[in-house]
Design a protein around this ligand. Sequence first.
Ligand code: TEU
Length: 631
Amino acid sequence: MELTLESKIGELYQTPIGKDIINKLLLQLNKSEKLITNPIVSNLKIKTLAKLTKKILGPGFFTAFLNLVNSEKDKPLAKADGSAPGGLIKKVWWKEAVFYQIYPRTFCDSDGDGTGDLKGIISKLDYLSDLGIDAIWLSPIYDSPMDDNGYDIRDYHKILKTFGDMADFDELLSEVHKRNMKLIMDLVVNHTSDEHEWFQKALKDKNSKYHDYYIFRDKPNNWTSWFSGSAWNFYGGTAADCGTSDCGSTDRAGEGEYALHLFSKKQMDLNWENPELRHEVINMINWWLDKGVDGFRMDVINLISKQEGLPDGDELIGNMMGFTGIEHYFYGPHLHEYLRQIHDEAFKAHDAFSVGETPGLGMQMAKLVTGEERGELDMVFSFDHLESPGHTRFDDYEYDLNYYKKYITDWQLNYGANCWNSLFFNNHDNPRMVSKIAKDKTYHFEIKYLLAILQFTLRGTPFVFQGDEMGLENYEFDSIDQINDVESKNKFAELCEKMSEEKAFEIIKAGSREHARILLPWNETNDPIVKQQSFDQTIFDEYKCLIKLRKENPVLVYGDFRVLRSEKNVFTYERYDENSSFIIDCNLSNKLQKAYSQKKSAYKLVNSNSTSQDGFLTPYSARIYSKTSKA
Ligand code: TEU
């Protein structure tokens, strides 16, 4: 049924996209779902709400919203209850695996040039295997000018010199497989570097077939880049015509055009509408899969399909989401079609694994791209748990684990038995979660351990980010010169136009991706960055122990999930099947909380991050109890 302004808010909330978007808005506004489910509001017509909010929302908001809602004709499977017996869940290796993300630039430097490399990674494979890792996700290692540390690819078939060469890669792959581990690569195909041969050819000759591999327009629209400023570069003509500060130029004096880049000025968006481009990308994926890689993490893969005509974005949505235009491409009209094509023509024949990085997708949209019956993606990374409601990454605040409890409970119970969660707190795009939770370091050890307990006992596939297992925290940067990340540098420049450098730097420090990108402290060196952090052996041992516990107890992978206690500041849940049960009892706060008391006599304590074992949980403590045959 097409929704119109005459439809009711409740009807809108019943649609998958409507539900996700309303939930996202509620999250941003830090309001409860009850605001919408309350009968008075749910019976309101959309047009009444549009009238009431005319001054704030403007006319474009509901049109954009309804277009998006009406563009999705499918619904997630109704009978996919996540609390259904574990038997319903299909068993596959990637659900049982513990993944480890390597950010190659800062993982391990084998030749002392200050940058990590493939030989460095090879030298640590025994370490990873000892930790219990089953699969590695390698962030980009392809040839690149490194404007965005490799997420700007110049040549998909070459290895960046600083990292090594193809022989090193082949050795890495074979060494990974020898240890019975898998290797997945990063697939960055929403955009290429502006130095990619295709883009260079496109610039040289408007009539070349490569011109249509990118998104060129005579006039830019109002979309903004995720890394500050306009999302358009001007090419040709004179600098005076340029909408951006340092645009490229060509020899075609007198004529000029704009090209779209949703990320940095050197990351040019590919035109997925072009079947030949899709074919080239698929060939490239097959080339790597034929080499033996086991799958891909797919960078911003939900952004590949853009709304026809590239209409201007709604300014209000832009302000709320941080980027203008997002409603026209984060769940574009051909997204499912393109994902299926990639799956059918590349992943399927190789039985390869895919995890999509899908910023902005809520649970319903995620179901529509990961449902087993849909043949699109195996899994996604959703990001809604990384900030407390009402906050964004650059806010200086303390993250509330009570929100994580609410978020993850919803996904554990409602994502469905035909979909599968990914579990992570850190990656290369975010400050370390432990530092977000508490500025005061008193309980940092307990928090790191608690996060690990959550990650290895909830249902889903854990992705450990390099350094989590060493107990790394945010780095105390004291100057913008220590920051290499393009997002932070652009944002800093933008902020400095509005405030003092000191203030701008405070904001950058709160949210910079650089925190996650410091060289790992394998050993003592003169590098101040390595010196500031140290390898915490106790945390490492606990990671190892928890991974082992998960491996030895399939119930922690496939078992059902239920909440036993969720009052403020505590989170007690059970993972169980017919034969066994685990109770995980957590204190989410820095205050003493009562321990969970029921049933405990039949259970034995198998792991805890604190030594006190009385009726109370000390700050951020967590205990794992187990029982093998149900009483
Ligand atoms: O990230 C895009 C992206 O959406 C993240 O920056 C996201 O906003 C953040 O994780 C939410 O907290 C991907 C890559 O992971 C990133 O490193 C690249 O810079 C970007 O795409 C462009 O390729």
